[in-house]
Write a protein that binds this ligand. Structure first.
Ligand code: BES
Ligand code: ZN
Ligand code: ZN
Length: 484
């Protein structure tokens, strides 16, 4: 598990500034002026911060002093401006940028507003993630970030929730970054079962039980793998006896495509095909850590899609738990087969008030929306708008896509109740349409296609390249704003 940077808050003390070791970060206020903390640092630095500001055009971004004068113990001083900042997310982004410039283990952020300080430091923590579990060289010690402000206990109170969120996001990122020979279905289930120490009720459904339940769609996907298929259910009961919100995740620990084998180039990226399950796990961890006053159940379908003598073939017909039969035209369209049974099981077992599934479901969503937005599909406008608001508030890109009868018609099969693919056009929509066939009438549902956002090749606002943890913040906020 990648550890969070250690974050603490101390009361601002003018006299101690000269003795601070590591990096000192001060800020220009919204008028472009040094605050009282900055003025003190400026005096110690013999006026060099003022000089940087007074240059024509003012300070551009941030100013870095790598060799502070001898009267200071610090190794670096950074001056950052906040004038252009309008939204909470901009403070987080600033924190993320700043932590990237810190070359020392310890850093002190000096700011008089607890609220802004907490957002900046949250951004810094989010971007300080480094997946080095498989590097043999000495591991970098996790950073220590200290906030100096007027009321450190207020800041600490505000930061508690942020720490729970960052912890959930790091959990998701670790799962998504982990290679498939390490994160087998069994290892994945073990890591989720360990969450029970946080107060979650976690249980695993194994293959014999799934067979009894008639989960032919899910089992067909995993039957070519040595790793046993599993469903892991995580219950968080913080909201009395209300019916839960259900979060469901596609957890394909590796997707070779099966007998409809994927091309070699880029196939290694399919270690992230469990991104939906990873996000569900991260949200459940956050909810438990912050003891959310809501009932939420997380269900993940864990399988490996491998070609093998026992693997399912194109043309096979499988029977889902719902009872509907599916003609498997393409074994690479496996995520929907997994989710079909998880969706049905969730409704039969929990009668959820609403369901959200997350899945790295289609390459087509990347063609449509790139890496900026997840595709959002829903049968309920009110529910969908609540989610879109939560995602916007967290600056996590999400864009609504259509559903409709004409798309559903594309799934008609000659020999079974449906086919598992629609054809070349509207690939993400027909995939969503397939899932909707397993959503009962009247159950509000959202499908999030996160193929483009779960793991990316270049860094994003609050995340280094690789797994992003997209969705943990939005879903946590959705729960906080509408279910608590
Ligand atoms: N796991 C893939 C989708 C994917 C692609 C995720 C790229 C992340 C990055 C999914 O199982 C898949 O293979 N989908 C096929 C569906 C097709 C056969 C209808 C696809 O998108 O090509
Ligand atoms: Zn696939
Ligand atoms: Zn897949």
């Amino acid at each position: 598990m990648t550890d969070l940077a250690h974050v603490s808050f101390v009361e601002y003390n003018l006299d101690s500034v000269a003795d601070l070791k590591g990096t000192i970060i001060v800020f220009l206020n919204n008028k472009g002026k040094l605050d009282r903390f900055g003025r003190r640092v400026n005096r110690l630095c013999k006026g060099v911060l003022e000089k940087a500001i007074s240059k024509e055009g003012g300070l551009d971004g941030s100013f870095l002093l790598t060799a502070p004068p001898a009267n200071m113990k610090a190794d670096q001083v950074i001056l950052a401006k906040t004038e252009d900042i309008k939204e909470t997310h901009d403070y987080r982004k600033l924190g993320a940028t700043l932590v990237g410039r810190v070359r020392t283990e310890n850093s002190h952020f000096l700011l008089d507003s607890e609220k802004k300080l907490v957002e900046i430091m949250f951004g810094a923590v989010m971007n300080s993630y480094n997946f080095d579990a498989h590097k043999s060289e000495a591991k970098s010690a996790s950073k220590s970030l200290v906030g100096m402000c007027g009321k450190p206990s207020d800041a600490e109170d505000l930061f508690k929730e942020k720490r729970a969120i960052a912890d959930g996001v790091f959990f998701t990122r670790d799962l998504v970054n982990e290679p498939a020979n390490v994160l087998t279905t069994t290892e994945f289930a073990n890591r989720l079962e360990a969450l029970s120490k946080l107060g979650l009720t976690v249980k695993t459904i194994d293959e014999p039980e799934m067979e009894k339940l008639g989960m032919g769609a899910l089992l067909g996907v995993g039957q070519g793998s040595e790793s046993p298929s599993k469903i892991v259910v995580m219950e968080w009961n913080g909201g009395g006896d209300k019916k839960p919100l259900a979060l469901l995740g596609k957890g394909v620990v590796f997707d070779t495509g099966g007998i409809s084998l994927k091309p070699a180039a880029g196939m290694e990226d399919m270690t992230m095909d469990m991104g939906g399950a990873g996000t569900v796990a991260g949200v459940m961890k956050t909810l438990a850590l912050r003891k959310a006053k809501a009932n939420v159940v997380g269900l993940v379908g864990l399988v490996e899609n491998m070609p093998d003598a026992r693997a399912q073939r194109p043309g096979d017909v499988v029977t889902s738990m719902k009872g509907d039969t599916i003609e498997v035209i393409n074994t690479d369209a496996e995520g929907r087969l997994v989710l079909a049974d998880v969706l049905w099981y969730a409704q039969e077992t929990y009668q959820p008030t609403a369901m959200i599934d997350l899945a790295t479901l289609t390459g087509a969503i990347i063609i449509g929306l790139g890496h900026e937005n997840a595709g959002v599909f829903s049968n309920d406008d009110g529910f969908c708008n609540n989610f879109l608001k939560a995602a916007a508030a967290e600056s996590e890109g999400a864009w609504r896509m259509p559903l409709g009868q004409a798309y559903d018609d594309m799934l008609k099969s000659r020999i079974a109740d449906m086919k598992n693919i629609g054809g070349r056009s509207a690939g993400s929509v027909t995939a969503a349409q397939f899932l909707q066939r397993f959503v009962k009438e009247g159950c509000p549902w959202i499908h999030l296609d996160i193929a483009g956002v779960a793991s990316v090749k270049s860094s994003t606002d609050l995340s280094p390249k690789g797994a992003t943890g997209w969705g943990v913040r939005a879903l946590n906020r959705l729960v906080a704003d509408y279910y608590e």
